[in-house]
Design a protein around this ligand. Structure first.
Ligand code: IMP
Length: 198
């Protein structure tokens, strides 16, 4: 019979299908203990992974399946969108390309602030969907955090829309938080927690 000590030393290897170093840093801090996180580079994948679906679930699945088809290994991917109430849920699944193809995080933030300049309703949420492929089966986990869009940028940490997103119950944006603080409440952390407990 296998002893517990032996089981614990055999960490579960999971490839995280992302080229975003910020996401990797966040998730690496959350997935410790029984997991060994493998990056795309470590898995020998250097291609750009397509994100052409029109839902977060669809894009997350495209990314995890892309990696699974090339490696045959357990893997997961996340897709995240910022859903702004006054913009009928935009930019949503198009959050990465809101200001156009090849735009920067700053371009997206500036466009969002411009679109929101006359809006009193600032309510927004970040939604992350994780697609996990484990032993050839696919599972989904969702994490959501409610908050509001600020009127100016605040803070220099984080990435993407972090400088204009203030989570509910806090007086600072994600970009004013440490990684540890963001990881206690964020959309991505909540989805990863579900994956871990699964
Ligand atoms: P992706 O398609 O999941 O990579 O995310 C789409 C876009 O959403 C990214 O390019 C970022 O601009 C934004 N985004 C994703 N996650 C976060 C986050 O945790 N904070 C701020 N922006 C994010």
């Amino acid at each position: 019979m296998m002893r517990i000590e032996q089981i614990n030393t055999d960490k579960m290897k999971l490839i995280f299908a992302t080229n975003n170093k910020h996401k990797l840093e966040e998730v690496a801090q959350l997935l410790t203990g029984q997991f060994q996180l493998i990056t795309l580079a470590e898995a020998g994948i250097h291609a750009d992974i397509p994100e052409t679906a029109d839902t977060l679930e669809g894009n997350a699945a495209l990314k995890s399946r892309f990696v699974f088809e090339r490696t045959g290994l357990n893997c997961f991917a996340d897709d995240t969108g910022l859903e702004v109430e006054a913009l009928n849920g935009a930019p949503g699944v198009y959050s990465a390309r809101y200001a156009g193809e090849k735009c920067s995080f700053a371009d997206n933030v500036n466009k969002l602030l411009h679109e929101m300049q006359d809006k009193d309703n600032r309510a927004a949420k970040f939604r992350t969907v994780i697609s996990l492929i484990l032993d050839e089966k696919e599972y989904f986990f969702e994490g959501v955090v409610d908050g509001e869009i600020t009127r100016e940028v605040h803070g220099a940490d984080g990435f993407g829309y972090d400088p204009v997103f203030k989570p509910a119950g806090f007086d600072k944006t994600f970009a004013e938080m440490t990684l540890e603080e963001k990881n206690k409440i964020s959309h991505r952390a909540r989805a990863v927690e579900k994956l871990v407990s699964f």
